[in-house]
Design a protein around this ligand. Structure first.
Ligand SMILES: Cc1ncc(COP(=O)(O)O)c(C=O)c1O
Length: 505
């Protein structure tokens, strides 16, 4: 507190003798805050160091140390023979105190760019993606089956490398070796003929969607988007100011005929052909060709999100859209979030030849890429063959976990939830009665410490079906069984009427 007595200031200052902070730092912070909050006026003379030390019961050296820091920051100035004064420069307009600016920030809506301001208002209610698995978290692979020892060995080896090799800026488009091994992996396993120059490394698939959207879309451009569809991609594209056209999906994937009816002049289409997110259908070959044809006619690009296409456990995997693309309009996006783990924040896009120079220019001019250490360890992991064997093991493991879920659902959820079997991926969908309240069920499930994701959350415009997405890939079998018991109790209480056996919405 400051009192004015005649021409001098009397200060009462609370120093905490038990604090870990040095006393001179405490005094400096208190005086700095007083100056910035205008408790002193510009030009005020501070008490002499000797007086202040005596009044506060401190050593003079402590007070001088605090004054020196204020002087160094230009908040006070000492005039030889006359004393220490609050800097006259502070007469100018200056920031308000922290408390006042917090109040002001709460009262005034911050001014965002028009595009982002609109986007923020349109984002859905997803808070954040899950950190740790529990029954039936989606989006997480099997942490418990990841070969951590090999990973640790490769990481340690990388950091033992020469300083000049590991400490500088990397190639903004991605480490050459990683781009090379991804290209050969895609050639061998996903039928995609591409070379390393077409592969661009980004911080996860979601960043790829944002990069593609900001590169190729203008505000209000029409984007065909699966409805229901992937939430992260939806938000990335919304953030570009694009207008999403909610194209329905069925057992054969995106309804191209509906897309053409709703918006023939589209600029981009976003699809998950290998495993529709969230309903799980595989896009038929006929639809793939119809989509490629429609895109060619409209001069539109297509994003193929192959987020879990590696994990096909039902025989022969369906081809990727990119592998049958003769138009050069498909931008393939892959991620290591499912095939390794999401904390890596590592993904890639495969640009068609026409876009290679564009993405190279953008990434070189103002993106500086993903940490080289992560990229190099992943490249080594793939090159040494661990990736291929991990994928093979995970396919078996996910098939087993899927089976555990199906068996448990058959025993406990009959008449409550129509669980659809899947041939791939880490989650499957269960349908509820169309009158069911998904959100209420999800909330009740959360109170019982299980996670179920309502299908409605994936919809851009309301859809008639009701259901829950259940992740099984990251969940141990015993937790799946226990989770199904809990889910049965929740549904018995909250599903409004039983499902007719075999009734598929
Ligand atoms: C449809 C879809 N695509 C991609 C991803 C992966 O995104 P990222 O690579 O940013 O983790 C997810 C994650 O759950 C997803 O659901």
């Amino acid at each position: 507190m400051v009192k004015r007595a005649g021409g001098s200031l009397l200060l009462s200052v609370a120093i905490d003798p038990r604090s870990q902070r040095p006393v001179s730092t405490q005094l400096y912070v208190i005086l700095r805050d007083m100056i910035l909050s205008a408790a002193f006026s510009a030009g005020d003379r501070l008490p002499a160091s000797r007086t202040l030390a005596r009044d506060l019961g401190l050593s003079r050296t402590t007070v001088i140390e605090a004054f020196d820091r204020l002087t160094a920051e230009g908040l006070v100035e000492s005039r030889t023979g006359s004393g220490t004064y609050v800097s006259v420069a502070l007469r100018a307009e200056r920031p308000r105190s922290a408390a006042a600016s917090e109040r002001a920030a709460a009262a005034i809506a911050p001014r965002l760019s028009v595009v982002m301001g609109e986007a923020v208002a349109r984002f859905g209610d997803r808070q954040r993606l899950p950190h740790a698995p529990r029954a039936f978290t989606t989006a997480l692979p099997a942490f418990d089956a990841f070969p951590m020892a090999q990973w640790a060995r490769l990481s340690a080896r990388y950091w033992r490398g020469g300083r000049d090799d590991v400490m500088g800026y990397g190639d903004p488009c991605g480490e050459a070796r990683l781009r090379r091994v991804i290209a050969s992996h895609l050639r061998a396993n996903r039928g995609i003929a591409c070379d390393a120059e077409q592969v661009f490394i980004v911080g996860g698939a979601q960043q790829a969607f944002h990069l593609i959207g900001t590169t190729l879309l203008d505000p209000r451009d029409k984007v065909w988007f699966e409805n229901p569809g992937a939430i992260g991609a939806r938000n990335s594209l919304i953030a570009t100011g694009a207008e999403l056209v909610p194209v329905p999906v069925d057992d054969a994937g995106l309804r191209v005929d509906e897309g053409l009816r709703m918006s023939p002049r589209f600029r981009l289409a976003f699809v998950t052909p290998s495993h529709q997110q969230p309903l799980g259908s595989v896009m038929s070959l006929e639809r793939r060709f119809a989509l490629l044809h429609a895109a060619e006619q409209a001069g539109a690009w297509i994003i193929e999100d192959d987020y879990d296409g590696e994990f096909f456990f039902g025989g022969r995997p369906p081809p990727t859209l990119k592998s049958v693309d003769t138009t050069g309009l498909v931008i393939y996006v892959g991620t290591f979030s499912k095939s390794l783990f999401p904390a890596l924040r590592l993904g890639y896009l495969v640009a068609p030849p026409a876009l290679v120079d564009v993405f190279r220019a953008i990434m070189c001019k103002f993106l500086q890429g993903v940490p080289s250490s992560t990229q190099s360890v992943v490249a080594e992991f793939i090159d040494e063959g661990h990736f291929a064997s991990h994928i093979r093991r995970m396919r078996r493991l996910y098939a087993e976990r899927h089976d555990v879920l199906r068996q448990a659902a058959r025993r406990k959820l009959d008449g409550l939830l129509l669980l659809m079997p899947t041939d791939s991926g880490l989650h499957s969908v269960g349908y509820l009665d169309p009158a069911a309240r998904e959100i209420e069920i999800a909330r009740a499930a959360d109170e019982r410490r299980i996670t179920v994701s309502p299908i409605g959350r994936f919809a851009i415009v309301p859809i008639a079906i009701r259901g829950l997405v259940l992740g099984f890939g990251g969940v141990r079998p015993e937790e799946i069984e226990a989770g199904v018991d809990v889910l049965a109790e929740v549904l018995e209480r909250h599903a409004r009427r039983p499902l007719r056996a075999g009734a598929r919405p």
